[in-house]
Design a protein. Structure first.
Length: 222
């Protein structure tokens, strides 16, 4: 309903302005129509413009994260770890899936080398989604579709030890499109998908494939 207010006001304002211009005795209606038209346009476009500004300002943080991954010589591969293991939902960038994550650590050593602990869009999204069902498909529907509104629908299929998650009607911002962080964490929806899966399955999860065609998105997890 909220998304319809702006266009409706703009339409009413345009109609009132036109009527006021055509009828000399309704001149005051022009001012009222222009006011409604202005409010309608602002209501329609201001949230989107603000979203772009916030995403642009956040680029600095993602650029620093990318530089840290590269400086540590880590591969651009993250493993989403459930809160039961790390104390909070995080992703660990390392040579292989971590067996354990020290509570509160930002970096730690593994047999394969150093590891970097990152907060992710998916981990933060879990704070908005609340308690999740025990079924992965239902959990993704509850979080990604209903709570966050990042997609219209979702389906999940398990194939050969992997989970193939397909979304339709995807609408999500791109926070780090051309940075190495994208290779590590996946896109925004993929990050939320992996974080939810890690929580539901109770084990580390990685994004092994992500492909998008229009507003359809397929995320493959392992």
């Amino acid at each position: 309903m909220r998304d319809e207010v702006g266009p409706s006001l703009a339409l009413i304002g345009a109609a009132a302005t036109l009527l006021g211009l055509l009828q000399p005795n309704l001149t005051p209606l022009v001012a009222l129509g222009l006011a409604a038209l202005t409010v309608g346009v602002l209501a329609s476009w201001e949230p989107a413009a603000r979203e772009r500004v916030v995403a642009k300002l956040a680029e600095a943080g993602w650029e620093n994260t990318a530089a840290l991954i590269q400086a540590m010589g880590l591969p651009p591969k993250a493993y989403y770890v459930p809160s039961a293991v790390a104390g909070r939902p995080v992703a660990v960038v390392a040579q292989g899936p971590p067996l354990e994550v020290p509570r509160g650590a930002l970096t730690f050593k593994t047999p394969g080398g150093p590891a970097l602990v990152l907060a992710t869009p998916g981990g933060k999204a879990l704070e908005l989604c609340g308690e999740l069902p025990g079924d992965l498909g239902e959990a993704l529907r509850t979080c990604v579709v209903n709570a966050l509104g990042l997609a219209r629908s979702v389906s999940v299929a398990e194939r050969g030890g992997k989970y193939v998650v397909e979304y339709s009607g995807v609408s999500a911002p791109e926070l780090y499109e051309r940075l190495v962080v994208r290779s590590a964490l996946g896109g925004v929806v993929a990050s939320v998908t992996a974080a939810v899966a890690a929580e539901v399955l109770g084990r580390p999860v990685e994004v092994v494939e992500e492909r998008r065609v229009g507003r359809r998105l397929v995320v493959v997890l392992r």
